[in-house]
Write a protein that binds this ligand. Structure first.
Ligand code: NAD
Length: 258
């Protein structure tokens, strides 16, 4: 069994912070060659300062021409592409659908679905040239359960499941595997902000909100970004060479979001 990822060429979107950053660093530490894009230039600079082997580009994945430039730059930096990690995704607003702002709703679709489409379509020719092409789409718990007050987010994360299954069939003949990762509550700024928001609405403490969030989990622990990265590395490795078109929850067996 070969977990070896040395010299694999890996492109991570939205990798300047959070889960994407953990994935980029984990692959780089395993000897892979990593390129990261993000909209946050200062965060990209600090990543590149800490890990000079990781190359970076400022890019909003919902901007087609920016993605065209970034994929060209990624290819010239890495010299090819084996693994694409479609990690970019925004949460949108917290509101019931009937009070949702149509512009914000569209923006979530633009980044989470259309952005993934742009990056994937432009990367496929490079992945076809790889002997071990892999696409990993970052869905979420909200991509297998309903998520009240987050309809746009949940819609896009379920959409990524359809994209994953469809692309796995379309690209299987080229030896490209396509899978999705569905994290639940991941330890980090984003989830802490969700808890703060809930606490300010409910009057409960953050500790109480954390306990409530874990009520419906068999394993009552937050997922660490490094654990999501480890799952991504397993799925990208040749050990997983027969796994495609699948959706992998990593959420302590969460049974409900609400
Ligand atoms: P995050 O909110 O911490 O953001 C990560 C990065 O995305 C940031 O550096 C940000 O600048 C970048 N970004 C935002 N919009 C972008 C765009 N249009 N183009 C390029 N980069 C952009 O995110 P996170 O919590 O690390 O989540 C990463 C992915 O994992 C997302 O798709 C998210 O939906 C998914 N996810 C997160 C959690 C969680 O609890 N954090 C749970 C399930 C799924």
């Amino acid at each position: 069994m070969d977990f070896e990822l040395r010299d694999r060429q890996v492109f991570v979107t939205a990798g300047a912070s959070g889960i994407g950053r953990a994935i980029a660093i984990a692959f780089a530490q395993a000897g892979a060659r990593v390129h990261v894009c993000d909209i946050d230039a200062p965060a990209l600079r600090s990543l590149a300062k800490e890990f000079p082997a990781i190359s970076t580009d400022v890019c909003d994945v919902s901007d087609r021409s920016a993605v065209e430039r970034t994929v060209a730059s990624m290819h010239s930096q890495l010299g090819g592409l084996d693994v694409l990690v479609n990690n970019a995704g925004i949460g949108g607003e917290t509101a019931p659908l009937e009070r949702s702002d149509p512009e914000v709703w569209s923006k979530v679709l633009e980044v989470n679905l259309k952005g993934t489409f742009h990056v994937t379509q432009l990367c496929i020719p490079h992945l076809r040239a790889s002997k071990s092409g892999v696409i990993l789409n970052m869905s979420a718990l909200a991509g297998r359960l309903g998520y009240p007050n987050r309809s746009a987010y949940s819609t896009t994360k379920w959409g990524l499941a359809g994209l994953t299954k469809t692309l796995a069939i379309e690209l299987g003949d080229s030896g490209i595997r396509v899978n999705a990762i569905l994290p639940g509550a991941v330890n980090g700024d984003r989830f802490q902000n969700v808890l703060k928001g809930r606490a300010s609405q409910s009057g409960r403490s953050i500790a109480q909100e954390t306990a409530l969030a874990m009520q419906n989990m068999s394993i009552k622990k937050l997922v660490e970004p490094e654990q999501v990265a480890a799952l991504a590395m397993f799925l990208a490795s040749d050990v997983a060479s027969t796994i495609s078109g699948q959706l992998f929850p990593i959420d302590g067996d969460t049974q409900s979001i609400a």
